[in-house]
Design a protein around this ligand. Structure first.
Ligand code: KIV
Length: 267
């Protein structure tokens, strides 16, 4: 097992070297150990915890206190993977609010990078955060915190105008200082185009295998999501017999480029 801490430079070097980045959501210390054992590079303390841990219908009710608590649980066990933590709904609505929220996630939660959902309206916030030493991961495509505006969990960027807008947003967020981008539920061709256009690594979820890395919700790959896993996910536990073997199989499938395959991809 490689014990060198994963930094943003590590992730950038993986992109440059054509090696895929393995990311997974993680909400507690026990899974942190298991995921690191499998060589996962990025532990995403996602606000998906609202749905898979708290039993909420959406990520909207998740609070900053919830995120600080789960991030601190992961941070206590973390040895080398990078801890990326979601800023929850409306905790980054202004640059000042975003700074205060990120401060708590980093100081109290041990976050090493924070993630926010949205494009052009958040460019200024990304600039303020990064200017103040906060590493930022942007998130485009399907934005789960906007579910009540969107009206459903659907693929984004399907027509040329919205695809171009997403590409422009991605470049603007990168130029404002974002060090990583997550693309969720984006047609494979568009995701590949964005990953090629950017210097920073792009991590896909439901975005085909042309991205620089992949992330999944841990409970989906373990077949534990009470709502059933989305089509772009895959149950890696069935037939493997242990949680460790399932996570290791996912990590290997991402590294080899076998996951996501055509059956998990929208074109
Ligand atoms: O909260 C989360 O788990 C996420 C992933 C879906 C990328 O943001």
């Amino acid at each position: 097992m490689n014990t060198k801490p994963v930094t943003l430079s590590t992730l950038a070097a993986l992109k440059q070297g054509g090696e895929r980045i393995v990311a997974l959501t993680c909400y507690d210390a026990s899974f942190c150990r298991l995921l690191e054992e499998a060589g996962v590079h990025v532990l995403l303390v996602g606000d998906s915890l609202g749905m898979v841990i708290q039993g909420q219908d959406t990520t909207v009710p998740v609070t900053l206190d919830d995120m600080v608590y789960h991030s601190a649980c992961v941070a206590r066990a973390r040895r080398q993977a990078l801890i990326l933590v979601d800023m929850p709904f409306l905790t980054y609505a202004t640059p000042d609010l975003a700074l205060a929220s990120a401060g708590r996630l980093m100081r109290e939660g041990g976050a090493q990078m924070v993630k926010l959902e949205g494009g052009a309206p958040f460019v200024e916030t990304v600039r303020r955060l990064t200017a103040n030493g906060v590493p930022v991961c942007a998130h485009l495509g399907l934005l789960p915190q906007s579910i009540h505006r969107l009206g459903g969990y659907r693929y984004q960027g399907r027509d040329r105008a919205s695809a171009l807008a997403m590409l422009e947003d991605a470049v603007a967020l990168q130029d404002a200082g974002a060090g990583l981008l997550v693309l969720e539920c984006v047609p494979a061709e568009l995701a590949r185009e964005i990953a090629c256009a950017l210097r920073i690594p792009v991590i896909g979820i439901g975005a085909g295998n042309g991205c620089d890395g992949q992330v999944l919700v841990l409970h989906d790959l373990l077949g534990l999501n009470p709502r059933g896993a989305p089509r772009f996910s895959k149950d890696f536990l069935t037939g493997r017999g242990s949680l460790g073997a399932a996570v290791a199989a996912y990590a290997e499938a991402v590294r080899s480029g076998d996951f996501p395959g055509p059956e998990q991809t929208a074109y």
